[in-house]
Design a protein around this ligand. Structure first.
Ligand code: HEC
Length: 201
């Protein structure tokens, strides 16, 4: 093989071929092969491109973004409905809430919630402060389980009681009902004067 090195150029080996006719401003170029690893990566990307285009556009064995999204949303819907089925929605009726009333665990849990937010207005033991006395037999809003649950859930904005629907789950509100019920007849010191109608329970 002929050595075509130009004098004074000491890079390249004796096997390197200069590309003929490629001289720009005196700069010449060897006709060296690309490194093997580089060529294989390049070939790999070309093969992958064909595989990907066929897979996504022609044969459909690769999912598009929308297909992946639909699939995941369907999975999510299944998980949600399974979860909902496993945990039936809380039924607001006398019987369901009544099952909390008198249950000491529920009352204790309700008392803890009461101490955090209700005591400020109804007094630490329900004797009444800004809000009415919860220990007497007089009720402004009625005294069925559902009545008490409803006032806790919706509040009475015009009279100054905020709604607690967002702050407590239905179960926690039923615990509060159980606690409120447990207060009746406790005769705390310094009770607030009765408000509302007397309802014998
Ligand atoms: C910002 C003060 C305030 C807070 C906090 C508050 N309440 Fe009240 N609550 C009131 C007022 C005022 C009324 C009277 C509403 C009316 O007359 O319409 C009331 C009424 C009630 C009644 C009805 C009493 C009746 O005689 O019919 C119940 C039960 C009750 N609250 C429970 C609670 C519970 C449980 C909490 C905590 C989750 C709570 N309240 C938090 C102010 C408050």
């Amino acid at each position: 093989m002929q050595d075509e090195h130009t004098p004074g150029n000491d890079s390249g080996t004796s096997q390197d071929q200069l590309i003929q006719g490629h001289t720009y401003d005196g700069i010449q170029e060897y006709d060296n092969p690309m490194p093997g690893w580089w060529v294989w990566i390049f070939v790999g990307t070309a093969i992958f491109a064909v595989y990907y285009v066929l897979g996504i556009n022609v044969f459909g064995f690769i999912n598009t973004y929308e297909e992946d999204l639909d699939e995941s949303l369907a999975q999510l819907a299944t998980i949600r409905s399974e979860h909902a089925a496993a945990q039936p929605a809380f039924t607001v009726d006398e019987e369901t809430i009544g099952s909390y009333v008198g249950d000491s665990e529920k009352i204790t849990a309700g008392a803890a919630s009461y101490a955090t937010v209700c005591a400020a207005c109804h007094g630490d033991v329900g004797q009444g402060l800004i809000g009415p006395n919860l220990t007497d037999e007089y009720w402004i809003k009625g005294n069925t389980n559902v009545d008490i649950y409803t006032i806790i859930t919706q509040g009475s904005l015009e009279k100054g009681m905020p709604p607690w629907e967002g702050a407590f789950s239905p179960e926690q509100r039923a615990e509060l009902v159980a606690f409120v019920r447990s207060l009746e007849g406790t005769n705390p010191p310094n009770p607030k004067a009765p408000e509302g109608e007397k309802i014998e329970s």
